[in-house]
Design a protein around this ligand. Structure first.
Ligand SMILES: [Zn+2]
Ligand SMILES: [Zn+2]
Length: 257
């Protein structure tokens, strides 16, 4: 019998797994250092949980602004700062390093290709039937939370160019001083119940200019099909590596929803 009876959101730590992969495979950090970073973040998670600022741990934070506020709270907290000093700044170093990862800064600085980061993330457990179904389990689209941190990283991976038409120009966004682009979930998040693995992953996120983005949602069906076929060609391997195996037809059908 399946023992996973966890609320879907509680069963995900997408960013944690990507962060581990980044440290080990991209930065090639020693195992002992990886452990230090993760220990620091678990301490910070416990500290913030005690203050009711987190439900489970730091990886549940899906928004960079929110992560920045939590960091600010910690750095203004005398108890935390005293503890951090005793620990030779290990906690703040761990948090800053994670923040640098979440912000997507590392992508440009270390010239990381999104393909290096693909992997099957833990099964979501989304298909498990909760023992006592409650309203919060009803699968409406608004319940499929998505990470704005992953979206932000997606734009950085694409170097802020439209992945369907790199020649499409937009304008500079105030928040990033980079060309304005949008992140799109190729397989719509509402389809999550049909998949064992998370759809909120790098492989399923694409950077599009606002025109292509609107078109893939609202354009003529035939033209949307062509866009999806092109994406499938570009992404087939990445989907497979992320545990999302689909034929072209299945993929186009899902994308048209
Ligand atoms: Zn979209
Ligand atoms: Zn475009």
């Amino acid at each position: 019998m399946d023992t996973q009876r966890i609320h879907p959101y509680e069963n995900r730590a997408v960013l944690k797994e990507y962060y581990a992969k980044y440290l080990k495979d991209v930065r090639k950090v020693k195992d002992s250092t990886v452990k230090h970073y993760f220990d620091a973040l678990s301490y910070i998670s416990r500290y913030l949980k005690e203050k009711n600022l987190l439900k489970r741990d730091i990886y549940e934070v899906m928004d960079l602004q929110e992560l920045a506020s939590l960091r600010e709270i910690l750095y203004k907290d005398p108890d935390f700062m005293a503890f951090n000093k005793q620990g030779h700044q290990m906690y703040s170093a761990g948090l800053n390093n994670y923040f640098r990862f979440a912000s997507g800064e590392f992508i440009e600085q270390e010239n990381v290709d999104a393909k290096e980061m693909d992997m099957p993330l833990e099964k979501t457990g989304f298909n498990d039937t909760p023992e006592k179904p409650s309203l919060s389990y009803i699968a409406t689209s608004k319940h499929w939370k998505r990470s704005s941190i992953l979206r932000r990283q997606t734009l950085a991976f694409a170097h802020y160019t439209c992945e369907l038409h790199p020649e499409h120009k937009t304008f500079l966004a105030q928040s990033t001083h980079k060309p304005y682009m949008e992140g799109h979930h190729i397989i719509p998040m509402v389809m999550q119940p049909s998949f064992d693995h998370s759809l909120d992953v790098y492989a399923n996120l694409i950077c599009l200019c606002p025109i292509c983005h609107r078109q893939i949602h609202l354009g003529l069906k035939e033209e949307r099909k062509d866009m999806l076929k092109e994406i499938y060609e570009q992404r087939e391997e990445r989907f497979e590596k992320s545990g999302l195996t689909l034929t072209e037809n299945e993929f186009v059908e899902l994308g048209l929803r």
